[in-house]
Structures are given as C-alpha cells and as structure tokens.
Design a protein around this ligand. Structure first.
Ligand SMILES: [Zn+2]
Length: 221
C-alpha cells in the first residue's frame, strides 16, 4: 500500500473515531493533505476520502451499526507468541466488531497463484486473517466471542459500500495459518531463517539477481 492510500485510510478512520481525533489528524498532517496555496483546499485523494465518509455518514444502517468503543487496543498470545491489535469499532453488548476498509472496487477480482482462482479483495489482502486474530484477541481480553464484519467503502465516484461477513471456516483456517506460519516469521526476524522469496514484491525485486532462465510458459501463474 502506498503512503497516500495509508493516509487516506487514516483520514477516514479518524473521522469515525471522534471529532477530536479527526481534527488532531488533520492538524498533524495538514502539509500532506491540503494544498500549500490559498484557499488551502484538500488535495484530490482527501476530497475523495470526504465522499467516502459522507456516503457512510449519511447511511442510516451504518449509523446504527457503527456503535461501540472505537480504536480499542487488544492484546493476547497465540500459541505463546504475543499479538496486539486495534479494533475500529467494538460492540461487546451485541458481540460483534467492525473493521473499516477502503478499497478500489468491492467486486474487483484478484488472481490467487496458490489457489489458481480469482479471489475478492478481502482474501487478496488476507483481511480474514486479521479478523481471525482480532476475534481471538478480543476473546482473550474480554472473554467474549465476537463476530467480525468488514465495512468496505470504495474510492469510486460515487463510492460503493457494503457490510461484509466472513464464513466461520475461513476464520478458522486463517487462525490455523497464523499458528503454522508465525514461527518461521519469528525465525526470520531473529536472523535464524532466510525469508521465503515470492519474486513479486518490492523486496524481492530489489534483491533479485539473474539466475535461471525462465520459459515464457512460467511467467504468469
Ligand atoms: Zn517477495
């Protein structure tokens, strides 16, 4: 995710956290989000963020749904490894939590090279794994099992929006993935193991050396 996309996401999140949080965010980032010339208008990506905010803010279902504690820090351990998360909106009275996600298009298809099929943006960015970890940390922190929902809002004009649920078995698989994969990540962090190369990301491209010759049939998964 590029820096602007991250800032746009934070801009939107701070709005739905509280008026004070949003004001503080704008003040802290005014050089990045506003034009340097009079009348100091919001730059294009943040005008778009305003549209995204408006479409949720004016939706009655969203207003009723996005109720609870905002930006709640939860901690816990998954098989002995410490984890920490921040819940956008936690409603312990009704056993659910919500994560706000900004995305290009709710219906965009991404090719999954492992599964050899198209997957939605939630799967592409492994958000179901994030939701599975949050659900576990909430359970450990408060002793309550909550259902995760993603409220997706798009950068289209006009923006699209939807409340998304994740099938239980996908959350269970995701938590199994965490348990199976976290030891290797810790080993890489502690210099005890080499990272697994994907040959697709910024890191892999920047550290690539020419080796094998690749058949054109293997270029695309
Ligand atoms: Zn890589």
């Amino acid at each position: 995710m590029d820096a602007t996309a991250l800032l746009v996401g934070n801009y939107l999140h701070s709005y739905f956290e509280s008026p004070a949080a949003h004001e503080a965010f704008i003040e802290e980032h005014k050089d990045e989000i506003k034009s340097s010339r009079k009348p100091y208008k919001l730059l294009k990506p943040y005008q778009q963020a305003e549209m995204m905010i408006k479409t949720l803010d004016e939706d009655e279902t969203f207003q009723q749904f996005y109720q609870g504690d905002k930006e709640v820090i939860v901690t816990g351990k998954i098989e002995g490894v410490p984890w920490k998360g921040k819940i956008d909106c936690l409603n312990l009275d009704n056993n659910y939590f919500i994560d706000l996600k900004t995305t290009r298009d709710l219906h965009m298809k991404y090719w999954d090279t492992d599964e050899h099929k198209y997957v939605p943006f939630v799967t592409k960015y492994n958000y179901q794994l994030q939701m599975a970890v949050y659900r576990e940390l909430i359970k450990q922190t408060f002793g309550i099992e909550c259902t995760p929902y993603i409220v997706g809002v798009t950068k289209q004009d006009p923006p699209d929006k939807a409340v998304l649920s994740i099938p239980d078995e996908q959350l269970d698989w995701a938590l199994d993935d965490v348990k199976a994969g976290q030891q290797h990540i810790l080993d890489v962090r502690h210099g005890k193991a080499e990272p697994t190369r994907c040959e697709q990301c910024d890191y892999c491209r920047s550290t690539k050396t020419l080796g094998d010759i690749i058949s054109i049939e293997d270029l695309v998964d």
